[in-house]
Design a binder for this molecule. Sequence first.
Ligand code: F0G
Length: 444
Amino acid sequence: MVAYRTKMVERITLPAREQRERTLAEAGYNVFNVPAAEVYVDLLTDSGTGAMSDEQWAALVRADEAYAGSECFDRLESAVADVMGFEHVIPAHQGRGAENVLYGTLLSAGDVVPNNTHFDTTRAHVANQDADPVDCPVDEAYDFESDAAFGGNLSLDRARTVVDEVGPEQVPVVVQTITNNSAAGQPVSVENTRRVRAFADEIDATFVIDACRFAENAYFVKQREDEFADASIAEIAREQLSYADAVVMSGKKDGLVNAGGFVATDDPDLFERCKQRAILYEGFPTYGGMAGRDVAAMAVGLREAVEEAYVADRVEQVREFGSLLGEAGVPVATGGHAVYLDAGAVLPHLSSDVFPGQALVCELYREGGVRGVELGSFAFPETDRPELVRLAVPRRTYHREHFDHVVETVETVLETRSEVDGLRLASEPSIPELRHFTADLEPV
Ligand code: F0G
């Protein structure tokens, strides 16, 4: 089943090989520094890179830009209430703005925050409050051989160990990230969400869901969790989110927009406190750092995200891409928004201190103008993560031919993989958690 046809197009070109070589060197072997016009298939992120629908563009053109009390904010409020089930919404310019608002409100120095796995901006925002982000993934999270249905789940055992070590009063917040982006975008079951809710009640903590990819997560729940086989995506999404005290959302993912995010909650007290902080960092609470037109487009996007035809098309496209790469001989884990390659297995001659994931990212660009992102020891210094490369799929953007090109590129890289050199840091930015965005590297 195909859910769309094309109404507007954007030209792309593949620069000549010598140009790609030059660009890579000038970019300090960091593809964040590569001009987008020189990328042929851009799988850097699924965040804010998707195509909006004609309905969203129509909403965008008709939106008002009032500083206070805009009508598009009313539409966002009712979309969040209908789709996610929360009464209060505080818009923010994007997900990390919402994280700043929420975690800045909820956390104090010395607190400890268990999360199935912190995404990098989440980790940085928790740390920015002088609190300690602790990952509590299940054992299968990084096992490429595993066929776990819900490898994104939060391990209650690990979370309990954290609480036993520091005491419940040090753990005011528990977070569940759905899907679990940093653990190969694997889904989280509703059953696990219910258990985390009960656990948060036990220790009197606020339960936050990072809902960036809540609709994709709901699609997996429908497929894999028996209780929900006959439920709609919209019903599953509402059920899962209903257990949270608050959600933190990047609209750039399942809000289907290019900019925006929000915090949502039913708790009037938390809402008031977040609102004050939002005014300081984001903007007046009816726009929160977004243009009114983006607020309007997000209100439509949230509703589209839980349409069966949309989400099936979306997640199945990613699944098919993953199986093509698997057939090409690369160990892959496939989530709802991305395919994750095991760079450690592809380049076994490179040790983690010469960044095999980043070396693979560079080869994909050199060979085929394909841009992915490293999520291994370059992006996560000091953590014990596998050497992953993520190929994230923008929503409603690429077609089978683009994915065939990526698969051919990977096949070519595999043929000469033993000759691929490692990389070392040539500069080290001041915030180590965020170094993969700006650091320069050089071949070893
Ligand atoms: N939480 C998760 C799980 C995310 O994946 C992201 C962003 C954020 C929070 C922050 O949202 O970008 O709107 O500020 N992830 C993007 C990615 C950047 O490429 O995975 P943001």
